[in-house]
Write a protein that binds this ligand. Sequence first.
Ligand SMILES: Cc1ncc(COP(=O)(O)O)c(C=O)c1O
Length: 386
Amino acid sequence: MSQEHHEAGFSTRAIHAGQDPDPATGATVVPIYATSTFTQEAPGRHKGYEYSRSGNPTRAALESCLAALEGGEAALAFASGLAATTAVLSLLQQGDEVVAAADLYGGTYRLLERVFRPQGVITHYTEDLEPEGFAALMSQRTELVWIETPTNPLLQILDIAAIAELAHRHGAILAVDSTFASPYLQQPLSLGADLVVHSTTKYLGGHSDLIGGAVVGRREQLEPVKFYQNAAGGVPGPFDAWLALRGIKTLGVRMDRHCTNAQALASWLAGQPQVQKVYYPGLPEAPGHALASRQMRAFGGMISLRLHGGAQAAHHLLTHTRLFSLAESLGGVESLICHPATMTHASIPAELRIARGVDDGLVRLSVGIEDESDLRDDLHQALGSL
Ligand SMILES: Cc1ncc(COP(=O)(O)O)c(C=O)c1O
């Protein structure tokens, strides 16, 4: 990518960064380099690619684009968001500790508790989102602070700059899973985070047709993650890398629509008699609203809610929407409705999950980019039949 693109606006970078015309053919769109290997002129003499686990031009284009969008020096693409998370956690050795915010994706919790804890990497979780909450759990052994913001599923907002400062003061690094925000709504590296992790399955891909992940940061910090990427091999194939790149081109326009739809629906839901509580950082009364206004461009497309009728009413809503599909995942153009307790967060032991506020009464919406009036009508008819 030329220097011109590095300094360009967000959507220009999304469309052009890493995506110069193909040097071999002039193809305007980055081709899908469906090859496992690359022919060498002599042993060790090649055009920069040897074997597609180590590097592939389609994946390289995606990685350059992701780096440009997050304001990082480099990015590494993985076969899933959890493969990206695993690569970051692999920086840790037996005896190292992690401090994480308690509200986080169930699969991340499962990875920390069922894969890394048995290997001697211990995670402590804070429910106090202020830096003091993290400080209370930090020790000499803490090497990594892990947060999501907004969090999954309670849409809590954490202060990236303050937590980065605290982590650095204790000699640890801060990794932010920014999946719910996407690089369009916030750029954690510019606020002091060391690594940004994405499930590109979600807003970046944007069309619910791929599984992928990424880690973005400074080149030096990424060196061991890059080693792990090649050594462990959890890379995306060129087809998925290409789909992610294609999705990214429209990230800005999609996110604008996700955000305006979600803002309108959250306000409307908050006024419905059947609704007990709406979790959406764009609502002025939301606890994270002021911080989100500073830290994010807009408030995202995810909403969680509770109904007065508890778990039974939640079950009714989950089974009576027509446009909102009952499905895991988020961030695609189509609206989804999900029951975190039995779906995305089922891997957290029930007692702990309930104590953290993810009980059977919680419903999560991924608001798509359909017409807002149709989405509202759908929720209205589903709530109306309660
Ligand atoms: C916040 C967050 N991080 C990471 C992941 C994991 O991503 P993947 O499913 O691509 O492995 C998810 C998946 O739902 C998620 O919601």
